[in-house]
Design a protein around this ligand. Structure first.
Ligand code: KG4
Ligand code: ZN
Length: 362
């Protein structure tokens, strides 16, 4: 998927939320360095991400990670890529300003990357030293994270949204149910671990669909039912040390319901759009059951399923580097002196074709 310019060795930075991430990719999209500094411990006492704290933590971590990543790279970088939205504006600004100064001081070209474009390209990356896989003509792509739950058709350089959540994102619903049980943030990975010990038919939960919009999802009814179950059975806080079996069963049932909600539209979408492959990305694509069910779905429908390495499902800079080098090859270029961060999706990164939708940042 190369364009008019060569694909360059790229230094990428990602600071949109609570992970500071820096990566270097060679021109073939081979990941030479992939550094990450999580802020989870800094935000934990507050029970969620504190935007001002996030900006300060990025400011501390970013120069250190950039130095480390450049030391690990096999050669000098020729391009700088940075996420400029959507996300927390203060946090984004730290990355954008740092990347702009870095590129300007070294006379390097700079590109800005939409965080969602990053996730959409992550299934094509390898963390075992392989080059990035070229993207086929038609890809059916699920993005499920703390801020997004949508199906897209990637075709002809465009990401067309086919369906989306009408309320909570899938990751957000995992986080909220975990919080109601007194489990630590982010809830998704903990639920994944505890659900493995539960019976997914143990607790009956609703799977509401949106009338007239069969591809769209709803998670809020499901989440509320799980939280009501936790309250009615007095389970808040008991999960932390030695949870009773009913907690494992609830989480297994909840996880299955979320995965069902996400994957129910897949069959109709495959029939309608005839993709060459199906992908999933975003933090929820780390989920054990989702990965298993996606593979099963692919086998049943006769379509290849391509999933990102688990380490590249949650926020990372390798995905930003790949999206950035492809955008640069297609002609994108940002002006280091006039760069801004954008919390909302209405704005379009230069050189990227328009996404067909307007998403809000949570
Ligand atoms: O992509 P990401 O790092 O950040 C956003 O762009 O939102 O996704 C984070 C989300 C969190 O809600 C987290 O609970 C969820 O992904 N998550 C998981 C798992 N790992 C992370 N959800 C379910 N199962 C997992 N294994
Ligand atoms: Zn993300």
């Amino acid at each position: 998927m190369s364009g008019s310019r060569a694909l360059l060795r790229t230094l990428a930075m990602e600071t949109s939320c609570d992970e500071t991430a820096v990566a270097v990719l060679d021109g073939d999209g081979r990941v030479e360095a992939n550094e990450l500094s999580s802020q989870i411990a800094a935000h934990a006492p507050f029970g969620g991400v504190v935007p001002e704290l996030a900006s300060r933590e990025h400011l501390k971590a970013l120069p250190v990670l950039v130095r480390q990543a450049c030391n690990e790279a096999a050669g000098d970088v020729d391009l700088v890529a940075v996420t400029n939205g959507p996300g927390l504006v203060g946090a984004l600004l730290v990355g954008v300003r740092f990347a702009a100064a870095y590129a300007w001081a070294r006379g390097l070209p700079l590109v800005t990357v939409d965080h969602l474009h990053g996730h959409l390209g992550s299934p094509f990356l390898d963390l075992d030293g392989g080059a990035a896989r070229p993207m086929p003509e038609r890809v059916l792509a699920l993005v499920a994270s703390g801020g997004h739950s949508s199906w897209y058709l990637l075709h002809d350089g465009e990401a067309r949204r086919l369906g989306r959540t009408r309320d909570d994102a899938a990751g957000e619903s995992f986080d909220k149910v975990a919080q109601a049980l007194g489990l630590p943030y982010p809830g998704g990975p903990v639920v994944d671990r505890l659900a493995r010990r539960g019976d997914a038919s143990g607790v009956r939960l609703p799977r509401p669909r949106i009338e007239g919009a069969p591809i769209d999802f709803s998670f809020s009814g499901l989440k509320s039912a799980a939280i009501r179950f936790i309250r009615d059975n007095d389970l808040g806080g008991v999960a932390v040390s030695d949870p009773p079996q009913v907690v494992f069963d609830l989480l297994a049932s909840f996880e299955l319901a979320v995965v069902d909600q996400l994957l129910t539209p897949a069959e109709v979408l495959v029939a309608e759009h005839r993709p060459e492959i199906i992908t999933a990305s975003g933090g929820v694509a780390a989920n054990t059951l989702l990965r298993r069910r996606m593979r099963g779905l692919g086998e049943r429908l006769g379509v290849e399923v391509v999933l990102p390495p688990v380490a590249l499902t949650t926020d990372n800079a390798a995905m930003i580097g790949r999206a950035g080098q492809l955008a640069h090859a297609r002609g994108a270029l940002a002006d280091a002196r006039r760069l801004d961060a954008h919390g909302r999706r209405a704005w379009q990164p230069p050189g990227m074709r328009k996404l067909s939708v307007v998403d809000e940042v949570r």
